[in-house]
Design a protein around this ligand. Structure first.
Ligand code: UDP
Length: 322
């Protein structure tokens, strides 16, 4: 098979994060030279340690809220804390990385006349009252709530991308990422998949927020990265926004039961209060991704969970926790 990014020099911001590190890995496999940028707020060196010996890979510590002057052929903008615990830890910094970070990376793309792909999010739909969510839905976001720093930051970033496109004819690609899981998720990021797996492996109670009837649609990281590669590989006319996620919807209770079964855990299920502005339901409409990219997810939740469980099992053993 021909390599899709052969000889291209590509920048991945947030490259040491969960998604970024998988993206760096796949880009190298596709023949690219990769410059990985991270400020290591949620990214971890361990996520990219195996890539360091590769002469086509370079890691650089940098915070994209500050300008950057380098030469590349394309940019994947993935830098931003993405889990509620992390993005609410320093909400002002979250808005800054989304907005100032986007301005800096768009400015770089403008100078270099290179394409730039934005990792946007299903959070732009807020707590949606249209279900499933198509790209044409404008969303239902609380602009002053605890999730707003991320939701509105990412919405403003989308605005900037489309204004740079209209005003400066920049080639942009905006992907809206729905809940994604897999190896290298941060064990303490409070995300439901990592929480449940770590709790089940430690034999601790599984914390269900609210009644567990809220839904999410979980996409395995390999499928997500393939969507990003296909989107970057489209002609200039394809800008998105484009939903990339798995349309198979589960309740949080169903997820908890699947994790218990696959880990053979005896952990009990306990309930905790539902966080403020927690979306009731979320499911991507991926018709556009299917037609524009010929893309759809291929990994079933059960198979993805098994790989993710194996990763956390190794990690907890290495840390002497189990
Ligand atoms: N959740 C839960 N228990 C946990 C962590 C999360 O029940 O230990 C719920 C949370 O309230 C939400 C869903 O799982 O309804 C997904 O949460 P996550 O933080 O993974 O992502 P997001 O809310 O951004 O989709």
């Amino acid at each position: 098979m021909t390599k899709r990014f052969n000889g291209k020099r590509l920048l991945v911001t947030g490259g040491a994060g969960f998604l970024g590190s998988h993206l760096c890995e796949k880009l190298l496999a596709e023949g690219a030279e990769v410059l990985c940028l991270d400020n290591y707020f949620t990214g971890r060196r361990g996520n990219i340690a195996h890539l360091i010996p590769n002469p086509l890979f370079e890691a650089m510590r940098h915070d994209i809220t500050l300008p950057l002057f380098i030469e590349v052929d394309g940019i994947f903008n993935f830098a931003c804390p993405a889990s509620p615990i992390h993005y609410q830890h320093d909400p002002v910094a979250t808005t800054k990385v989304s907005v100032h970070g986007a301005i800096n990376m768009l400015g770089l793309a403008k100078r270099l006349k290179c394409p730039i792909l934005q990792a946007s999010t299903s959070e732009v739909y807020g707590d949606p009252n249209v279900h499933p969510q198509p790209e044409s839905y404008w969303g239902h976001v609380n602009p002053i709530g605890p999730r707003a720093c991320y939701d509105e930051g990412k919405r403003c970033a989308e605005t900037l991308f489309f204004d740079y496109h209209r005003q400066h004819a920049l080639s942009i690609k905006v992907m809206r990422i729905f809940n994604t899981y897999g190896p290298r998720m941060h064990p303490n990021d409070g995300r439901v998949v990592s929480n449940f797996i770590v709790q089940a492996l430690r034999g601790e109670p599984i914390t269900i927020y609210g009644d567990g009837q809220q839904t999410r649609s979980f996409c395995y990281v390999d499928d997500l990265v393939e969507g990003a590669l296909r989107l970057m590989d489209t002609p200039k006319e394809v800008t998105g926004p484009i939903n990339i996620g798995n349309p198979v919807e589960f309740t949080i209770k169903e997820l908890a039961l699947a994790v218990l079964r696959l880990t053979n855990s005896k952990s009990e299920l306990i309930t905790r209060p539902l966080p403020q502005d927690d979306p009731r339901q979320r499911q991507p409409d991926i018709s556009y991704a299917r037609s524009a990219l010929g893309w759809e997810p291929t990994v079933q939740l059960e198979d993805g969970l098994k790989k993710t469980i194996a990763y956390f099992d190794d990690l907890l053993r290495q840390n002497g926790e189990i």
